[in-house]
Design a binder for this molecule. Structure first.
Ligand code: SF4
Length: 161
């Protein structure tokens, strides 16, 4: 059976970002996987109940793993705590990945939900720190390999195995 890939909906052109825009990526591999019916789109922030557009949010006090263990929180730029919405979205993304048997995810870099290697540091200054967003961290904890849009070739290599 063709392996399914969980993918950030914004990478496929869905205008679900906080600012109502997308992160559309033009890539031959992505197009091929789309035609093969492999892609399972999710937007954790929208499925967690947040609107489009919405104020930007960042993790404060740690990274996505810390959010999952209740050691850090996620707040929007106005100071509203949106941790619960992010956690609901993360759980729904994991449930979708498990429903479709996804062993791989292709998620948007640097998002407090979807970032796989770097996130913003919680000061809304544009500064980055190492770490994953809440959804990416939960997927990783459940054995799903998470790639970002700059790592599509590496994901394609994994899919050959
Ligand atoms: Fe894209 Fe993920 Fe942000 Fe949704 S939560 S807009 S899928 S980066």
């Amino acid at each position: 059976m063709t392996a399914k890939i969980l993918v950030s909906a914004c990478l496929l052109g869905d205008r679900v970002r906080y600012d109502g825009a997308d992160n559309s990526v033009s890539n031959d591999w992505l197009q091929r996987w789309k035609e093969e019916g492999r892609l399972v789109p999710v937007c954790p922030e929208v499925s967690g109940g947040l609107p489009i557009p919405r104020p930007p949010s960042e993790i404060q006090g740690g990274n996505g793993e810390d959010v999952l263990s209740q050691q850090a929180s996620i707040v929007d730029i106005h100071g509203r705590d949106v941790t619960r919405e992010f956690l609901v979205g993360a759980e729904q993304a994991l449930a979708t990945a498990q429903k479709y048997g996804c062993r791989f995810a292709l998620l948007a870099a640097r998002s407090p939900s979807c970032g796989n290697e770097q996130i913003y540091d919680g000061t809304f200054s544009g500064a980055l720190i190492p770490g994953a967003g809440a959804t990416a961290a939960l997927l990783k904890q459940n054995g799903i390999q998470v790639f970002n849009q700059a790592q599509i070739v590496a994901l394609a290599e994994q899919l050959k195995d």
